[in-house]
Design a protein around this ligand. Structure first.
Ligand code: NIG
Ligand code: FE
Length: 405
């Protein structure tokens, strides 16, 4: 009987298991048993054990599988016409106030069948998986009624079952006010808290709860009510915070012990201090910053100084970030926000896992963790943040298994 199920040799490891740098181990080996990492280290120190399968890594770098910790990847239709309108001068907020923006995707998502929604989402998901993504967060928030939110979340669960990727679902019912509640935002929040969220949670469709705390979204008071319901249901929270203005959202989500505050271009000193004290991760979304032609930078150096963990994600969505490349998000994190390539890789591995509350299980290479890997034909790990449109992936491993390409 083999003592290990599988062993990779002739690889260099970037374990990402320390608080800075890559945790490099050159000429290494990594062994898997029952889907978990059973041993890792320099090949010269490899104990003599039998392995079911021995994989020759051909000199590739092996990192933790990448984690896209903020996406709206399940949605109907696209917003290319809105993109053209914005380039002619209309603002994202103006378009939203006129009933376009998020609400136009709500119309397309409501009218799509569950199967159609799955099929429309597939090419986007495949693009991420081709880049070594092994964990994917998927938000609802384009349904805004019980049946349509449930439809989105079931599609997300199906992606997790059928595509060999770990999926974490986030309920984002407080994303926009649906047209049938126009002028009655508090009534919508009553319905969300009293009915929609408890029903979806009871069906096991919700891993975390998010909201859009913004002038064109919901107020801090309304967001707080959503968080109160999440807490009562035992669900962790996160927040779209300070994307277009400072609404105090980061401080609010930190008060609830939130997993993450996301976007953060307008984040101020109070919010940073609250996040640092609560251990709330800053999720930066350079795709949305770029696509909205935002000029105000998130306060990166202040976040670093305060010791707030920084993650990066695609924010894949049809309105502000129609992006299906996490490697490009890493590059943008470096070029637009001046992250280092090591910070960018930490942002899509260990800190992305923290932003989803699953760092015990994945996000770095350590004995006992899930055997979720990405293999790369690169000379050094910093090269992952370097290319624009390059895909040096040499495959993925999920729970010790190599998915079909
Ligand atoms: O993360 N800001 C709110 N939510 C999304 C955009 C949604 C949309 O425009 O469809 C975001 O940027
Ligand atoms: Fe988002």
């Amino acid at each position: 009987m083999a003592e290990w199920d599988a062993l990779w040799v002739n690889v260099h490891l970037a374990t990402m298991d320390e608080e800075s740098g890559y945790g490099e181990i050159r000429d290494a080996a990594i062994a898997v048993k029952d889907g978990r990492i059973a041993w890792l280290g320099a090949r010269a120190a490899l104990p003599h054990r039998r392995a079911g399968t021995v994989h020759d890594g051909e000199g590739c770098w092996l990192t933790p599988g990448l984690i896209d910790c903020h996406t709206h990847i399940v949605h109907g239709g696209n917003r290319s016409a809105e993109f053209e309108a914005r380039l002619s001068g209309a603002s994202y907020e103006d378009i939203a106030r006129q009933g376009g923006g998020i609400l136009s995707t709500v119309r397309a998502t409501r009218s799509a069948s569950e199967r159609d929604l799955f099929e429309q989402s597939l090419p986007r998901v495949h693009a991420l998986l081709a880049e070594g993504v092994t964990t994917l967060e998927i938000k609802s928030g384009y349904g805004l009624d019980l049946d349509s939110e449930a439809k989105m979340l079931r599609v997300a669960r199906r992606i997790g079952r059928e595509l060999q990727v770990r999926v974490r679902t986030t309920f984002l019912g407080a994303h926009a006010l649906p047209p049938e509640y126009a002028g009655r935002a508090d009534d919508y929040i009553d319905m969300l808290c009293g009915h929609m969220l408890p029903a979806l949670a009871a069906e096991g469709l919700v891993d975390a709860v998010d909201a859009f705390c913004e002038r064109i979204g919901f107020t801090a008071a309304q967001t707080e009510r959503v968080f109160g319901t999440a807490r009562a249901l035992g669900l962790p929270v996160k927040l779209h915070a300070e994307q277009l203005s400072d609404q105090g959202g980061a401080g609010l989500v930190a008060r609830f012990g939130g997993l993450s505050a996301d976007h953060l271009e307008y984040l101020g000193a109070e919010g940073i201090a609250a996040m640092a004290a609560a251990g709330t991760v800053a999720v930066l979304l350079p795709g949305a910053f770029y696509f909205l032609r935002e000029t105000r930078q998130p306060p990166i150096q202040a976040l670093r100084d305060a010791g707030v963990p920084i993650a990066l994600a695609t924010d894949c969505n049809p309105g502000t970030s129609p992006m299906t490349s996490l490697l490009l998000a890493m590059n943008m994190g470096c070029t637009l926000f001046r992250l280092t390539p090591a910070e960018a890789l930490a942002g899509v591995t260990r800190n992305a896992a923290r932003a989803l509350g699953i760092f015990d299980d994945t996000g770095s290479l350590a004995v006992g963790k899930a055997a979720d890997f990405a293999l790369w034909r690169v000379d050094r790990p910093g090269e992952l943040a370097y290319g624009l449109g390059a895909c040096p992936s040499a495959g993925r491993v999920v729970l010790g298994r190599q998915p079909r390409p």
